[in-house]
Design a binder for this molecule. Structure first.
Ligand code: NAD
Ligand code: UFG
Length: 335
């Protein structure tokens, strides 16, 4: 029996694949490399000493996906495959809705056809919208402000409706906060195409000399130092959360959402300071205007994941900084 990992060649999928293989699971990865590179597969094998099956397919291609289920004994799916850039989603809403929503619908349809009804879905803290006050709990009202976020909220709703129609499903909706860091070996990590949208790859690219300076988007927020506050989570802690979610869906039926975060908010300036202290490398920065759509503060209440999944984060902000830096400095051009 295997776990199918859609988007397993990506940033979070690759780290989760390593943790699953290390824990003794058989996995099958399906990815179209739209935002990843084949080299990551060699690195996963190198880190684990384990072989796994890989399909270079688009999950929108129903026949190819069907073949994966015909050729393997899939017991559950972890569904990472999706487009994830907020800015790009505003410019290209059709691509985002098509890839993320239609992809998830086709996946659910093929799963049901093969009587595979266990899934872990990559959702996001973005579903909490602009109006809730942190720490955020899973039962708060949800809303979104951009097409990317809307795809996550709609897919959550689709899975809720699937469960209502068929109580044999077992579904975990994981709402990630801000994943950063890399595997401590420095062999796998985040490898964004072009200019990074997210803060940590930007910081590491400044530190490695690829970019001049970091722009900090605003210092007039209502936070302890005026810069935005987020719940940064080490990608390996996040990956381990998926293991716990898989264990949960194997044993029960139902649908539940879980926050995967540390419960601690750090500002952009806290992050820069911790990065400099952890690595000994200076990060020059300027304060620029606020990025439209950003909120002042966003951090989780991770109590439900602790209670129901037996999961909590272990790594510190300094671990995240050190590991991001090790990955970037050992792989200056990415994979
Ligand atoms: P990523 O882009 O590194 O990984 C996604 C992978 O999916 C890529 O390898 C890409 O090639 C693949 N993919 C995309 N569309 C596909 C398709 N139609 N068919 C097959 N493969 C496809 O992103 P990530 O950071 O690892 O994120 C994984 C998931 O977690 C995404 O769904 C993302 O929206 C969600 N998420 C990410 C963050 C974050 O900050 N990284 C936060 C919250 C949620
Ligand atoms: N920031 C900067 N400079 C940069 C990039 C970011 O100052 O160059 C700041 C932002 O203003 C924010 C913080 O750093 O205060 C984190 O920004 P990211 O872009 O790294 O992350 P966001 O919290 O904005 O977005 C993340 C995910 C989204 C998801 C969102 C809500 O990238 O996919 O969390 O969960 F929708």
């Amino acid at each position: 029996m295997s776990i199918l990992i859609t988007g397993g060649a990506g940033y979070i999928g690759s780290h989760t694949s390593v943790e699953l293989l290390k824990a003794g699971y058989d996995i099958v990865i399906a990815d179209n490399f739209s935002n990843s590179k084949p080299e990551v597969l060699n690195r996963i094998e190198e880190l684990t000493g384990k072989k796994f099956k890989f399909y270079e397919i688009d999950i929108l291609d129903r026949d190819s996906l069907n073949k994966v289920f015909l050729e393997n004994s899939i017991e559950a799916v972890i569904h990472f495959a999706g487009l994830k850039s907020v800015g790009e989603s505003v410019a290209m809403p059709i691509s985002y809705y098509y890839n993320n929503i239609t992809g998830s619908l086709i996946l659910a349809e093929v799963m049901a056809k093969h009587d595979v009804k266990k899934i872990v879905f990559s959702s996001s803290a973005t579903v909490y919208g602009m109006n809730n006050v942190s720490p955020l709990t899973e039962d708060l009202p949800l809303s979104t402000t951009n097409p990317y976020g809307s795809t996550k909220l709609m897919i959550e709703q689709i899975f809720q409706d699937i469960y209502v129609s068929d109580k044999d499903w077992s579904i975990a909706l994981l709402r990630y906060f801000n994943p950063i860091g890399a595997h401590e070996s420095g062999r796998i990590g985040e490898d964004p195409k072009g200019t990074p949208n997210n803060i940590m790859p930007y910081i590491t690219q400044v530190a490695v000399g690829k970019r001049d300076k970091l722009s900090i988007f605003g210092d007039d927020y209502d936070t302890h130092d005026g810069t935005g506050v987020r719940d940064y989570i080490h990608v390996v802690d996040l990956a381990k959360g998926h293991l716990k979610a898989v264990e949960k869906i194997m044993g029960t039926k139902g649908i539940d959402a879980y926050n995967l975060g540390t419960g601690i908010g750090y500002s952009v300036l806290d992050l820069v300071k911790n990065f400099e202290e952890a690595t000994g490398v200076k990060v020059p920065y300027v304060i620029t205007k606020n990025r439209p759509g950003d909120i002042a503060t966003c951090f989780s209440d991770p109590t439900k994941a602790l209670k129901e999944l037996g999961w909590k984060t272990e790594k510190t902000l300094k671990d995240m900084c050190k590991d991001s830096w090790r990955w970037q400095s050992n792989n200056k051009a990415g994979y």
